[in-house]
Design a protein around this ligand. Structure first.
Ligand code: FES
Length: 511
């Protein structure tokens, strides 16, 4: 199974998913074959809607294939923050709906007999210092108020020192892509249709008819759901969600010291731990080192930091997997689920899940299904994409990172003239200069060079090379491209423009 990066995650050893041909029409077309898209498709198909899922690559290609699959109702945005920025009632609603989503995942697993290593586990939070202890006190109080019982704990299941810890029961974990394949299969058996390698390129609304145009033809539909992590094209939500990368490693140990729980410290960014058995082998999954997309020149260093931190506390046998993944933080900490602003009323979206995509993607399936089938949801107002809550502390990623560059150079340039390329190692990429203008160049293992115009086709920011995942990442809204410029992740719809690199001599001869 492919993913949107070069590193292989723990979840990618899956057979090819067999997809169907594109039908001419559907009640609902869902763009994106990850946890959000397939959960929504399954929900709607059960409600009697004829659904089609369009996936530009293969199912699980995006963040579902790169998650660490913590299923928690103890969210990245703490309940005290939700209470402060929204209300106590909002915090209760968030707990209620995430609790229901976790129960729905469990129900699907039991009902459709999905073997995905699902296990209920306790979750622990722990504080290293006085400041974190105060933070933890606030978390304990507000989490209990919201409805999730969490209490102080005198121990933690990881070998680290701590000042204070808390434990919440009934959280969970699973193998993300085995679950995804399981619900895709259930959807399929109910008459649903998944079409892979089918990119939605445009949606038109004419004479009361909505048509999704794709690389495999057109499909008429009553509703469109964008489950693409962030909607493609240009939308107000791109200024209200900031893209981040998170890093994970899966290691085997020389002893049996695997944590039997989900564990989180309160560092900034925080570290997260859990254990998953895959094909009879236990792995300790450890993650963290998050940063804004396109803001780290040395992504390999992030993995090295994770590993050296873990080695201080565990007897590691082997680092079996390491991978990074993308998520979107919303401006106010809650996801946007509902009608996509600036579009006709039959266009829907779910985005801004932070690091809780598996649970919030499932929450989105319940809300979108209610909105489409019943016209309303008890959670519609809370998660409305049309809400605007300016919250202090959120940095507008666009303002901070926009580095809009002038239109570049010709399509064919001389290799020798690119500054900074002489020190480019094999398997490395960077943005260099050609006659004063930027150019992105990647040298593969065989020494072959690939060049692109680094101006992102979404809104013109300059992309940065991601050395670990071998991709061009845009710091503004998180579009990502392969080394040859093809779109890996939205919001960009078009790829980077390729530049042909030639020897200086051959340019002269043509002139
Ligand atoms: Fe918006 Fe690149 S993703 S400018």
């Amino acid at each position: 199974m492919n993913r949107d990066g070069n590193c292989i995650s723990l979840w990618q050893d899956m057979p090819d998913y067999i997809s169907k041909n594109l039908p001419a029409e559907a009640d609902v077309v869902i763009v994106g074959g990850g946890i959000t898209g397939l959960s929504t498709a399954l929900k709607l198909q059960r409600e009697g809607k004829k659904c089609v899922v369009l996936e530009a690559q293969n199912i699980g290609f995006g963040t579902t294939g790169g998650t660490t699959s913590h299923l928690n109702t103890l969210l990245d945005t703490p309940y005290y923050q939700i209470k402060k920025d929204f209300s106590a009632e909002a915090a209760t609603q968030v707990y209620e709906v995430t609790h229901k989503a976790l129960a729905l995942i469990e129900k699907n697993i039991l009902g459709y007999e999905i073997e995905c290593g699902f296990d209920r586990k306790a979750a622990y939070l722990f504080a290293h210092d006085e400041k974190q202890e105060k933070e933890l006190d606030k978390i304990i109080e507000a989490t209990n108020e919201a409805g999730l019982h969490i209490k102080e704990s005198s121990d933690i299941p990881v070998p680290l020192s701590f000042r204070k810890a808390a434990k919440a029961a009934d959280q969970a974990q699973m193998h993300s892509t085995k679950y995804l394949y399981g619900i895709a299969g259930a959807f399929d058996r109910m008459g649903g249709c998944v079409v892979q390698n089918c990119r939605a390129t445009q949606v038109t609304h004419e004479n009361g008819e909505t048509v999704v145009h794709t690389t495999k033809g057109k499909i008429k539909t009553a509703h469109v759901v964008y489950a693409t992590h962030i909607p493609p094209g240009i939308n107000i939500l791109h200024t209200r969600c900031a893209p981040y990368r998170s890093y994970a490693i899966a290691v085997t140990l020389n002893d049996e010291n695997y944590p039997d729980a989900l564990v989180y410290d309160l560092d900034e960014p925080y570290h997260y731990y859990r254990t998953q058995e895959v094909d009879g082998v236990k792995y300790l999954i450890f993650g963290g080192e998050d940063h804004k997309t396109g803001h780290e020149e040395n992504t390999e260093y992030r993995f090295a930091k994770l590993e050296s931190y873990l080695r201080k506390h565990y007897d590691i046998n082997e680092v079996a997997y390491k991978w990074s993944s993308q998520y979107y933080e919303s401006v106010d900490g809650l996801p946007y689920i509902g009608h996509l602003p600036g579009n006709p009323s039959n266009v829907w979206v779910a985005t801004g899940f932070g690091g809780n995509g598996m649970i919030l993607g499932t929450v989105a399936s319940c809300i979108l299904s209610d909105l489409i089938c019943k016209g309303d949801s008890p959670y519609a107002a809370l998660f409305s994409p049309a809400r605007f809550k300016p919250v202090a502390g959120f940095t507008n990623a666009v303002k901070e990172t926009a580095d809009v560059i002038s239109t570049l150079i010709s399509q064919k340039i001389s290799v020798e003239k690119i500054q900074g390329m002489s020190e480019l190692s094999h398997n490395e990429g960077k943005v260099g200069k050609y006659e004063g203008k930027n150019i992105g160049v990647y040298k593969n293992n065989d020494g072959r060079l690939f060049a692109v115009h680094p101006d992102c086709p979404h809104m013109g920011c300059s992309v940065e090379w991601n050395q670990s995942e071998k991709s061009w990442d845009c710091p503004c809204h998180g579009s990502r491209f392969s080394h040859t410029g093809e779109v890996l992740t939205a919001p960009a719809i078009k790829g980077l423009t390729c530049v042909e690199l030639v020897e200086q001599e051959s340019i002269k001869q043509k002139v």
